[in-house]
Design a protein around this ligand. Structure first.
Ligand code: FRU
Length: 497
């Protein structure tokens, strides 16, 4: 492998070459998951945006396809979504040949340069071959700019309750809802968010959909709303709101009515999960809410030490909605499709009262692995996990039980000086579920860690760039350490090892 390739994840999507940011237009059809993405095919930094395209049978192994949408005289192709128009409500398909319809934001760089504010509008395109080739609609834009400077990232969804198409987009400090019968004519319904949530940045890349509350028949609506900067640990981050939707207005639950900037309803508290949204057209017999985000942060995304390509997506995740003590919470876990790539392994370990260190066999490492275990917290006040190599690079993460704070510290994780923002501070996250036993699940894929604590109640995703692979995993406590149900797996993907 070329040197450069040592930082390329094995089972997360990365473009073969060049720059990528947000996931776009994710839909499922005929056994295939489609993923489009903000793509600049001429450089490894952000530039005139295209929609790149990749397909997968299981959201783990991806095949990159031809570019789906290219910029034109109306502007760059910014983020958006896609739906399968099964009943050809748009009339853009042929008889017995329904279209896939995408909506994206046209970003007109000329207008922006001239200092105008109306340079973003919403446009559609359709595909008659299940998403491989696209035709832009002739009467674009379908939603003109109403005089708002940041007006973008339309996310369409079929509203199964009110039986119409819905769309939510972000406009600087708010989400705006629209509906349509035919995906071409859109009526504004309402706005949300000026009074609540984190506002230390521009709202971008929303998503809006109903979910069943686990173990009940109750339906709640979820609004995902990314913002940049202003994330929980600085830079980009993704918050959410839970409430009711009457077909017109989104009314948040009491807990979501006046959230301050540092509230704790975030899909992920780590710094590297942004602009994530859910797949459309997941069959109802599957019924899952499947999510994936961009695994980077605008603070340093364009400086990370990969030259040929830049950025990766997160693992696909299943979102569930749970209610505990009148609080609604989103939980995330890795999509079960990862299971078939896992094989259980044993690692040599050395332990004493308060600590244990697992070591990878010679010639091997811990860079494509999953760890699953539980720790009864009892007297423990400080619990620290570390992944390290023989050069003393180490990624540290853990929990302080006194203030119920998790953290990730990548200060000594490897290459860090490509950006002074990368390790400026370590990340923290509140422990949401405070049971006596801490459940830990984390997945490492060369340059990323995705940590799912307490069955996915608190999630932290972060990237790192060690010059040599991590070969040791340690658990250190400040009092007697017990470990339950330790399961370690190697994750193998065909042809990439
Ligand atoms: C979020 C974002 C979107 C925009 C896109 C441009 O990362 O800023 O709001 O559509 O990236 O690439």
């Amino acid at each position: 492998i070329v040197d450069e390739e040592k930082f390329r994840p094995a089972f997360h999507f990365t473009p073969q070459a060049h720059w990528m940011n947000d996931p776009n237009g994710m839909f499922f059809l005929n056994g295939t998951y489609h993923l489009y993405f903000q793509y600049y095919p001429e450089d490894n930094v952000w530039g005139p945006m295209h929609w790149g395209h990749a397909t997968s049978k299981d959201m783990i192994e991806w095949q990159q396809r031809e570019i789906a949408l290219k910029p034109d005289e109306k502007g760059y192709i910014f983020s958006g979504s896609a739906v399968y128009d099964k009943n050809n409500t748009s009339g853009l398909g042929r008889e017995n040949d329904p279209p896939v319809v995408a909506m994206f934001t046209y970003h007109d760089p000329k207008g922006e340069k001239e200092g105008k504010i109306n340079y973003q509008s919403q446009a559609i395109a359709f595909s008659l071959d299940s998403g491989y080739t696209w035709t832009k609609y002739k009467n674009n834009p379908v939603i003109k700019n109403p005089g708002l400077k940041d007006f973008r990232d339309p996310k369409m969804t079929w509203d199964p309750i009110h039986k119409k198409w819905l769309m939510v987009l972000s406009a600087n400090d708010r989400s705006i809802f629209y509906s349509s019968e035919n995906l071409k004519d859109w009526q504004k319904l309402s706005e949300f968010g000026m009074q609540t949530g984190a506002h230390d940045g521009v709202w971008e890349c929303p998503d809006f959909f109903p979910m069943k509350v686990e173990d009940s028949e109750e339906i709640k609506w979820v609004l995902i709303q990314s913002l940049n900067p202003g994330g929980y640990n600085g830079g980009s981050g993704t918050q959410y709101f839970i409430g009711d939707f009457d077909g017109k207005t989104f009314t948040p639950e009491r807990n979501f009515k006046d959230l301050k900037d540092k509230h704790n309803y975030w899909l992920d508290f780590g710094r590297d999960n942004y602009a994530g949204v859910t797949w459309s057209n997941i069959p109802s017999k599957d019924g899952r809410t499947l999510f994936l985000g961009w695994m980077s942060n605008w603070l340093y995304a364009q400086e990370v030490p990969t030259e040929k390509w830049r950025s990766s997506m997160t693992l696909p995740r299943e979102l569930t909605l749970k209610k505990t003590n009148s609080d609604y919470r989103i939980f995330s876990t890795p999509a079960r499709e990862l299971e078939k790539y896992k094989s259980a392994i044993q690692l040599q370990s050395k332990r004493d009262q308060n600590k244990v260190v697992f070591t990878a066999p010679a010639q091997s490492d811990l860079m494509s692995n999953e760890f699953n275990f539980a720790i009864p917290l009892k007297e423990i006040k400080k619990l620290q996990f570390s992944l390290s190599n023989s050069q003393n690079d180490s990624l540290k993460f853990g929990l302080n039980t006194e203030d119920h704070q998790f953290y990730v510290n990548r200060k000594k994780s490897g290459l860090i000086d490509f950006s002074d923002k990368f390790t400026q501070k370590f990340s923290t996250a509140p422990r949401i579920v405070k049971s006596d036993t801490l459940k830990v699940n984390f997945i490492v894929d060369r340059t990323s860690i995705e940590i799912f604590y307490d069955d996915g109640a608190t999630v932290m995703t972060e990237i790192f760039f060690p010059e040599e692979p991590y070969t040791k995993f340690g658990i250190h406590a400040d009092s007697k350490l017990e470990i339950e149900n330790m399961e370690i797996s190697r994750i193998n993907t065909d042809g990439k090892e």
